[in-house]
Design a protein around this ligand. Structure first.
Ligand code: GTP
Length: 597
């Protein structure tokens, strides 16, 4: 296909503004799926793909749209919708010439609308502003229009209004993609340069690499080289992405598609890497490649010790499909064998936990998340610590640095006071406050990452009644005063409960953790002491008084079945507990610090 008839574009939006629904309408309008088929959100549901037997993860889909008698190829490249994956987003954007900026008319512009817009502008994309959900009675079309004009410096008539639900305006939008977004431009007659914007592991096909060809062409049978690893492969299959693989003989300049080349794991086909020929290839890679950098660390342990072997196998399988997950074996006195893992962010951690449970049937518990601290010892030695267990003796420490994030919060003016208070409590450094309109403001803060991962998002939602939205990116490392707080249950230090926090917070958090533990650990027949300590010094203490009455005492009379039920319930409950000394501790106790205030 000639470049002038190709458009590569993506949709950028805040979560829930209707990206997947709009993509469905595009697929209908271009006859990839039949009208009225209830295949909602094809582009982002892994489960659904499996159920429907769709062969690819569909992180890109090729559609043909006829405009004034001419067929145009429209490649819709999907972008992950969460702040943890902003690097992946940036590479998907780099594969496009244009972006649809989609805004829900009932919500208006939110934090991720802005951060994704900036990313798109950074990548020099042409922006096509679109207002969605115009069918909703509470849609504020005019207000949203004004805000968009203000931010983009565009005219109201340049903004396309659609309802992804009813399909209204969608055909006009497809026409606008053709007429208003630029065609790709590259040299078709030079050595190939193709950008990997996604890769995933398919059980039957191995690693499938999604690419955008910027120059030259790639053909079936070509011997190729990946820049970051210098490894070489042979293209076994190459083609277009629809809902199914559509093999072709080549992908030319300007096109997007997939490659299968006997690559063993996705870590070997990193997002952002450049593909060229192994002989006669291009000299330099495309710009912007970055190694995935974990930001959040946590230890995961199987809830049932006997699942460990299974976990070893499953986590390796997960890794095949998730280049950003890093892990190493760890053993804990309290929890037995498990893994210390690095994640891109809290959502990534949740996804991994959820996948281990759903796809591999292994219930796991994760310890209090931490970040990576850079520690300089008085001896001159420099350490990188992400696990409280490895925290050195405070008397040997010269200095500690912690990661800070550039943070953007968009919030209705009614809740500014609450949000400012929360951000201050979290050691935020105010950069600026900008009014978007009379109802909403953008707050720019620098916040320590550790303060964000300790339940900041939930608290932000609570203090703003769900209205605030949050976005953040890594800024730099700064000197700090953090300490390790240990938790003791009946005098026994529970290694998996230790956490690292700022010195000024240690007392309050230690106290709050012991209080939370006193609530979540059930009563035993004996008294339980819960303590928080720094070094050998106890900073907080709570007590769980012994159980006086037998649980069965409640069941007066001879109701045998009720008694049995109660005992069984207790047994079930026991299974989910971890024995620490002689105390049965439920899983949620290991995340008590997240509940701390
Ligand atoms: P993430 O995948 O979580 O980022 O969300 P998304 O942006 O893909 O949003 P999605 O398409 O899942 O839509 C969110 C909700 O809005 C769904 O319940 C949709 O049915 C609904 N929705 C999307 N577009 C419209 C629209 O034009 N009108 C109305 N009334 N509802 C819509």
């Amino acid at each position: 296909m000639k470049e002038e008839f190709i458009r590569n574009f993506c949709i950028v939006a805040h979560i829930d503004h209707g990206k997947s629904t709009l993509a469905d309408r595009f697929l209908e309008e271009t006859h990839i799926i039949g009208k009225g088929t209830e295949v909602s959100q094809i582009l982002d549901s892994m489960d659904l793909e499996r159920e429907k037997g769709i062969t690819i993860k569909s992180h890109a889909v090729r559609m043909v749209h006829n405009y004034q008698g001419q067929d145009y190829v429209l490649n819709l490249i999907d972008t992950p919708g969460h702040v943890d994956f902003s690097y992946e987003v940036s590479r998907a954007l780099a594969s496009c010439e244009g972006a649809i900026l989609l805004v829900d008319a009932s919500q208006g512009i939110e934090a991720q609308t802005m951060s994704n817009l900036y990313l798109a502008l950074d990548n020099n994309l042409e922006i096509l502003p679109v207002i969605n959900k115009i069918d909703l009675p509470k849609a504020d079309i005019e207000g949203t229009e004004n805000d968009l004009c203000e931010i983009l410096g565009c005219l109201p008539e340049e903004i396309i209004k659609v309802s992804a639900k009813t399909g209204e305006g969608v055909k006009d939008l497809l026409d606008a993609i053709v007429t208003r977004l630029p065609a790709p431009k590259g040299n078709p007659d030079t050595a190939p340069r193709a950008l990997i914007f996604d890769s995933y592991f398919d059980m039957y096909r191995g690693v499938v690499v999604l690419v955008r060809v910027f120059e030259g062409k790639l053909q079936k049978g070509d011997k190729i080289k990946l820049f970051s690893t210098a490894r070489e492969y042979e293209i076994e299959e190459i083609g277009y992405l629809g809902l199914k693989f559509s093999p072709q003989t080549e992908l030319t300049c300007g096109e997007a598609g997939y490659i299968i080349a006997n690559i063993k794991e996705v870590a070997d086909a990193r997002v952002g890497d450049t593909i060229t020929l192994s002989k006669g290839g291009c000299e330099n890679p495309l710009p912007g490649f970055r190694e995935p950098k974990p930001m959040v660390y946590s230890s995961i342990f199987p809830i049932n010790g006997e699942d460990y072997e299974n976990l070893v196998e499953s986590i390796a399988k997960l890794k095949l499909n998730d280049a950003s997950l890093i892990y190493e074996k760890e053993s804990s006195a309290a929890l037995g064998y498990g893994f210390r893992c690095g994640f891109l962010g809290m959502l990534h951690l949740e996804i991994v936990k959820e996948r281990l449970l759903r796809e591999y049937n292994i219930p796991i518990m994760a310890t209090t998340p931490s970040v990576r601290f850079l520690i300089k010892l008085k001896s001159g030695e420099e350490l990188q610590i992400n696990n409280p267990v490895d925290f050195p003796d405070p008397s040997t420490i010269e200095s500690i640095m912690e990661p800070f994030m550039d943070t953007e919060i968009i919030v209705p003016t009614d809740y500014i006071g609450n949000v400012l208070k929360l951000v201050q409590e979290r050691r935020g450094i105010q950069k600026d406050i900008q009014y978007i309109d009379e109802k909403r403001v953008t707050l720019h803060y620098e916040l320590p990452l550790i303060e964000i991962i300790f339940d900041f998002y939930d608290k932000l939602k609570t203090v703003s009644r769900g209205y605030a939205s949050l976005d953040y990116t890594f800024k730099d490392y700064r000197e700090t005063d953090v300490v390790k707080v240990d938790i003791l249950i009946n005098g026994e230090k529970v290694d998996a409960m230790s956490f690292i926090c700022h010195q000024d917070k240690a007392y309050n958090w230690g106290k709050s953790v012991t209080e939370t533990l006193a609530e979540v650990i059930p009563k035993h027949l004996f008294k339980i002491a819960l303590q928080a300590a720094i070094g050998g010094k106890i900073i907080a203490r709570s007590t769980i008084n012994p159980l006086r009455k037998d649980v069965l005492a409640k069941c007066y009379g001879g109701d045998v079945s009720r008694k049995r039920k109660l005992l069984e319930k207790q047994k079930e409950g026991k299974k989910k507990m971890k024995e620490i000394g002689s105390v049965s501790v439920p899983q949620e106790a290991f995340l008590a610090v997240l509940k701390a205030d």
